[in-house]
Design a protein around this ligand. Structure first.
Ligand code: BJW
Ligand code: ZN
Length: 241
């Protein structure tokens, strides 16, 4: 076994409180596209200003709703991959592992992780654009977008778009996890989107070891104790005892 992998296994085995911080790369092997990969990422084909901002939604609600609906359908057909399952297995072996994810696909929970902090919301939920709160029963509404039952305003996907605040409770839980953990596994994120990308730095400042798992270099490599270059679905299972 290669030395870096051995070091990572030892750090995980010695950790009393690991936290896993994930991005789109952890779901790539489930067939869900990432955002910034040069050829296959969503932002190579689609414009984030048009599709992932409130202004873009207000300008063309049905275009944006349909784009999210097609992604939701693809996610519904996808299955958790060996990376999601390995993370759930780490929890099963130890009792608790907080997973802080930027992903909106719900695959960590489907793989069996029970403590998942969703920093960028969930594509499986919708909420009222006018602020009434979470919506229910909208799946059967075939309008694009469906309308709020209380005020008839359009519903929007319950995800965090550019320029929007992250859900306060999720940020608080993620910051607490980063401050308290003794090991943070940073898996499949380009770490270019803030404030989420601050979390590994927060963990490192509090003395945690950082392990990066990614086929490509990232800004986090500089503060990592170990960098494992490769696919999450191949590397994470190899970290298990
Ligand atoms: C693998 C793999 C395999 C591949 N195994 N790995 C200038 C202008 C305007 C705004 C800003 C600005 N400068 C900074 C900002 C703030 C902005 C920001 O950070 N922008 C940067 C892009 C510059 N942030 C925000 O706006 C945030 N809000 C905020 O700051 O509020 C305060 C505020 C209020 C008012 C005004 C201004 C500020 C909100 C950010 C919301 C991000 N939303 C999205 C869309 C979610 C909904 C949806 O799904 O459509 O979240 S964007 C997208 O990026 C998505 C992701 O969660 C997020 C992070 O991406 P991630 O997960 O890292 O994916 P990729 O594709 O980048 O990387 C994939 C990685 O996987 C790569 O490294 C691959 O190598 C790797 N990989 N295969 C392992 N098999
Ligand atoms: Zn409403």
């Amino acid at each position: 076994m290669n030395t870096e992998l051995q070091r990572a296994r030892a750090l995980l085995a010695a950790s009393g409180d690991p936290v896993v911080f994930t991005g789109a790369g952890v779901s790539a092997e489930s067939g869900i596209p990432t955002f910034r990969d040069a050829l296959t990422g969503l932002w190579a084909e689609y414009d984030p200003e048009t599709l992932a901002t409130e202004a873009g939604f207000r300008a063309n609600p049905s275009l944006v709703w349909d784009w999210y609906a097609s992604r939701r359908e693809r996610i519904g057909q996808a299955e958790p991959n060996p990376a999601h399952r390995a993370i759930a297995a780490i929890e099963a072996a130890r009792g608790r592992v907080t997973v802080v994810t930027q992903n909106v696909d719900g695959l960590h929970a489907r793989a069996g992780s029970s403590d998942v902090v969703e920093l960028h919301g969930s594509i499986l939920r919708a909420r009222c654009l006018a602020g009434c709160g979470p919506a229910s029963g909208w799946e059967a509404d075939l309008r694009s977008p469906p309308r709020c039952r209380h005020c008839e305003a359009p519903l929007r996907p319950d995800v965090v778009w550019f320029g929007e605040w992250l859900p306060h409770e999720a940020v608080a839980a993620a910051e607490a996890a980063a401050a308290r953990c003794d090991l943070m596994l940073v898996v499949g994120t380009s770490a270019q989107v803030y404030p989420a990308a601050e979390l590994p730095f927060r963990a490192r400042r509090s003395g945690a070891e950082v392990i990066v798992i990614n086929p490509e270099p990232t800004e986090i490599d500089a503060i990592a104790s170990v960098v494992l270059r490769g696919r999450a679905g191949e590397i994470l299972p190899a970290l298990l005892p």
